[in-house]
Design a protein around this ligand. Structure first.
Ligand code: NIG
Ligand code: FE
Length: 419
């Protein structure tokens, strides 16, 4: 017996279409397909038809006889949101650092003094597998409540082979047991650990010679990420780590030009990273270089908001021809949030994006940032049936009525996971 779901009467079905091969850029970032009084037919977790009730009824009479029906009158349907940059696996919290920053200390100064990423690394190293599993599972549950159905998670609070593997194994276990689709990223290059403080290149050797081969061999990650930033990994060290990852089949991602301009955007373009993330301080040359590629620029306005920094210039990037995505960067230090819709709101109010651009940025372009655009990120027949039903009359409300949760129902692979 096939599993059939029929969503009918949605005030709007809102999605990009035609961008599953290459990301949406420029005008395409502003375009959405809107179906009014829209209906959606799903069979065994895959989208079968999208359109109006009459035409779907005519073609699929048999299917509708045994379908579970959801009436979405007064509501809208979007693709499941995709959060392509998170640091969800950690223990502990950093509220005292938050207060220190409110009093004027900088994020990097706190990190240099042994806090920041190092503080979370210590807490995560001492946490056992089960604790990390439970805490991360709770965060995934909350992301789902806010409409996210696919997420990327990075390791990077381990900084030794054994501890990085522990984090990646937690991700692997969650991939099996949680409805969320998870893309795993190895980020051993998140900070220089204390033991290599005097000779950071030794840690680069450790990552390239000892960590990457094991992570790849055990198939624990698809992507390899580096914090390329003054005082952390130089562009040269970042290049070594990302090139080495490539030889093991790991796809490069990069934390680029977050705090200072440092050539990260340029490096991302040169090595054809799948995404370049942050880019608050990216140079004009770096943006121009990225516009010539299909590298996705993953912007993280929650981090600028929470670090009280200048926001990335999304308007300039999109106008230059860059494909932009949005993400929470969820982590305990620089962006302790689990609300991707709030990032869409900040995208409009703080980065010059249109509401349409923020929807493409949190769906199809976010899917491209993690290599998933052929299966998720838009509502098109043949794609995975991941949707969110929002209790709003039209899509503008997603970024207009801010700071609250409009999610009504979340459907993952054709099954209701939040209602
Ligand atoms: O993307 N910049 C580096 N990594 C994270 C912050 C992690 C942390 O502070 O714990 C980021 O902002
Ligand atoms: Fe990050």
């Amino acid at each position: 017996m096939n599993d059939i779901l029929y969503i009918k009467n949605a005030d709007q079905i809102v999605t990009s279409t035609g961008h599953s091969e290459t990301p949406a850029k420029k005008e395409a970032m502003r375009q959405l397909q809107i179906i009014e009084n829209g209906c959606l037919l799903v069979e065994n977790g895959i989208i079968l038809a999208v359109g109006d009730d009459q035409s779907i009824r005519q073609t699929y009479t048999q299917h509708l006889n045994c379908a579970k029906i959801i009436d979405a009158k007064g509501k809208i349907v979007t693709p499941g949101l995709i959060d392509p940059h998170t640091h969800l696996i950690y223990a502990g919290s950093r509220e005292k650092e938050y207060v220190m920053r409110l009093e004027g200390k900088s994020y990097m100064d706190i990190m240099k003094a042994g806090g920041g990423i190092h503080a979370t690394t210590r807490a995560t190293q001492t946490a056992d597998f089960q604790t990390l599993y439970e805490e991360t599972k709770r965060r995934l549950d909350t992301l789902l409540l806010y409409g996210v159905t696919t997420v990327e998670i990075k390791s990077g609070y381990g900084l030794t082979l054994e501890q990085e593997l522990k984090q990646l194994e937690v991700i692997a276990e969650l991939q099996k047991s949680h409805p969320m689709d998870i893309a795993a990223t190895f980020m051993g290059a998140h900070a220089i650990p204390e033991r290599h403080k005097e000779q950071p290149d030794r840690y680069v050797d450790e990552i390239t010679e000892e960590m990457l081969p094991v992570v790849a061999e055990r198939k624990l990650a698809e992507f390899n990420d580096v914090f390329c930033e003054k005082g952390v990994f130089t562009p040269e060290q970042s290049r070594r780590i990302l090139e080495a990852g490539k030889t093991y089949g790991l796809i490069p991602k990069i934390h680029a030009d977050e705090i200072e301009p440092y050539g990260g955007a340029e490096l991302a373009a040169q090595i054809e990273a799948i995404s370049a993330d942050h880019l608050l301080k990216a140079s004009d040359q770096g943006i121009q270089a990225l516009a010539k590629t299909n590298t996705i620029c993953v912007l993280l306005p929650g981090t600028a908001f929470f670090l009280m920094a200048d926001f990335a210039d999304a308007r300039k990037m999109i106008d230059a021809g860059v494909a932009v995505a949005l993400s929470t960067d969820s982590n305990p230090g620089s962006s302790p949030t689990l609300s991707l819709p709030f990032m869409m709101n900040l995208g409009c109010l703080k980065m010059g994006m249109t509401p349409e651009e923020t929807i493409n940025a949190a769906t199809i372009n976010a899917a491209h940032a993690i290599g998933r655009a052929k299966t998720v990120g838009s509502i098109e027949p043949g794609k995975q049936a991941d949707f969110v039903i929002f209790n709003v009359p039209n899509y503008l409300f997603l970024s207009y009525h801010y700071g609250m949760n409009h999610v009504d129902t979340v459907i993952k692979r054709g099954k209701i996971v939040v209602e």
